[in-house]
Design a protein around this ligand. Structure first.
Ligand code: MSP
Length: 494
């Protein structure tokens, strides 16, 4: 079984901020989850490096576009390394291989009669890299970002998007591609209002892939960028790889780029006669006082501060736990701290500290032997079922809520049994059971906070690879277990 997952390719005009990190951490969580289920996973991410926007951003910094792209794509890679993103391939749209695929696709579509030459007259928003309709031609502003737009009138190649109107409607209405479901109507209404063919070359944009037919044209940056999902998995250059993984199982995007992904992208795939992605999930935005967090709004939140202050995993945890995946959410340090103190310090950190301390104190660091309490095995199994459903459904924060049911159960169990009290009975069984309950929790949490789970499993005296497979839920180990060196992982923040 295979699982192919992608993130958008991030523009290299901005360093990675919370927004980019969000999509990528969510994709990482899913990639890890499916690997643990035994799937053969391919996780693709990377950077989008062509187009007028990047060209102008480079000019502002007195750099050539490729110098800017080299520098910023490196900062993305470093950030992903820092926060443990387990991608299989990082693609840059300036790579030769990608450029060749884009040119080949262009030629194929031309030969198939899917493209034609015509004149584009209209408006273009450089910020959104998008052809837009304006309300007031005298004072043209972008309907999405409200910036000034440019009027262009040039000969270009068009993709016959209008031809696919009906097929797109059917696809959106009758498949599971658009997720969450509540996004369907908005997209359908847009399609039903009528689709125009779309210009996929630019005459006066120098920073782009040259058209293979006429060099004076470069290829429209969105057409170029969307094709990464094909070129990054071997299309037209590594058939075996491509056959193995196509189509994408989950493509994560932010709601800002839905039209490109729900309309242009599937139309290109129709034109190429390729199977459609199974799910394209649009998540919401992190906002600050209702404003989207973005470089252009000047309100970026850089991950580094939270990583330094709280750690990589609390940061990953907050992103995935705080808001239901699909909706918008307010990013504030106050919320971050609350989550950190209540969920990670109180519920989670304390449970493991208390349990390991008791095993150390009462049994010299050896996990007692005997029977595991049935109730803990049972609740672990039930939670595994629900947790799997939630995550497969991409309800990531609800997946964490399921895990917390077990955490809360174990904390309560430990409080009630009170194995620290003089004369309490079943001390062995209690500690052994909680020990295995925690081990189950670490397996469940591994896709979300891998580094912490690795540290904790070592503190428990077990091997890291015990974490990486759901079949180990409720597994018993033979022989005596001696717990490892303990340390406090989450410190309360004032
Ligand atoms: N380069 C295009 C995508 C091409 S995909 C073939 C692009 N890049 S971007 O750098 O602007 O990144 C967009 C993505 O970053 C969004 O779709 C979303 O996944 C993420 N986010 C950027 N800001 C965000 C928030 N404030 N909140 C959540 N995610 C947002 O568009």
């Amino acid at each position: 079984m295979k699982f192919y997952i992608t993130t958008p390719l991030y523009y290299v005009n901005a360093e990675p901020h919370i927004g980019h990190t969000y999509t990528t951490v969510a994709a990482d969580c899913l990639a890890r989850f499916y690997r643990m289920k035994g799937y053969d996973v391919f996780f693709l991410t990377g950077t989008d490096e062509h187009g007028q926007k990047i060209y102008e951003a480079a000019q502002k910094e007195n750099l050539t576009p490729i110098e800017l792209a080299d520098r910023v794509s490196e900062t993305f890679k470093k950030m992903w390394e820092k926060i443990n993103i387990s991608y299989d391939r990082f693609i840059r749209t300036t790579e030769r291989q990608h450029e060749e695929v884009v040119k080949k696709v262009f030629k194929i579509l031309l030969e198939k009669g899917e493209l034609y030459k015509g004149e584009y007259r209209g408006f273009y928003c450089v910020h959104c890299e998008s052809y837009v309709n304006v309300e007031d031609r005298k004072n043209p502003i972008c309907p999405d970002c409200k910036r000034e737009v440019r009027e262009i009138s040039e000969i270009s190649y068009f993709l016959k998007l209008s031809k696919y109107q009906k097929q797109l409607e059917d696809l959106i209405e009758n498949s599971e591609m658009v997720k969450p479901d509540f996004r369907k109507n908005e997209i359908l209404n847009f399609i039903k209002s009528g689709l125009n063919d779309i210009s996929i070359t630019r005459k006066n944009v120098v920073w782009g892939i040259e058209s293979p037919i006429e060099e004076k044209y470069t290829i429209y940056v969105w057409f170029d960028a969307l094709l990464n999902y094909l070129s990054g998995i071997g299309y037209l250059h590594d058939e075996e790889l491509f056959e193995k993984y196509w189509p994408p199982d989950v493509q994560l995007i932010g709601k800002d780029i839905m039209r490109f992904h729900y309309i242009i992208w599937p139309a290109v795939l129709f034109a190429l006669n390729l199977p459609q992605p199974k799910k394209i999930f649009a998540h919401g935005w992190w906002v600050l006082g209702k404003e989207k967090i973005s470089k252009s709004k000047g309100n970026v939140i850089l991950p580094q501060y939270f990583i330094d202050e709280y750690g990589v995993d609390p940061f990953r945890f907050f992103l995935l736990r705080e808001i239901p995946f699909g909706l918008d959410g307010e990013f504030s340090e106050e919320n971050f701290k609350k989550r950190y103190n209540s969920d990670l310090v109180n519920d989670f950190g304390n449970l493991i500290n208390r349990t390991l301390n008791l095993i150390e104190m009462k049994f010299n660091g050896y996990v007692p032997e005997g029977e595991i309490d049935e109730s803990i095995m049972k609740i672990s199994e039930d939670i595994y079922k629900n947790y799997t459903i939630k995550i497969e459904n991409l309800s990531l924060s609800e997946g964490i809520e399921e895990i917390w049911k077990l955490l809360i159960f174990l904390n309560k169990y430990l409080d009630e049994k009170a194995p620290w009290r003089e004369g309490s009975i079943d001390v062995e069984k209690t500690l052994l059971s909680v020990f295995y309950g925690i081990r189950n929790i670490l397996i469940f949490l591994y896709p979300f906070i891998p580094q912490t789970c690795e540290k904790m499993i070592e503190m428990m005296g077990l091997e890291k690879n015990e974490l990486m497979c759901f079949e180990n839920i409720n597994k018993r180990y033979a022989g005596r277990i001696k717990i490892g060196k303990r340390e406090i992982i989450f410190y309360r923040k004032k």
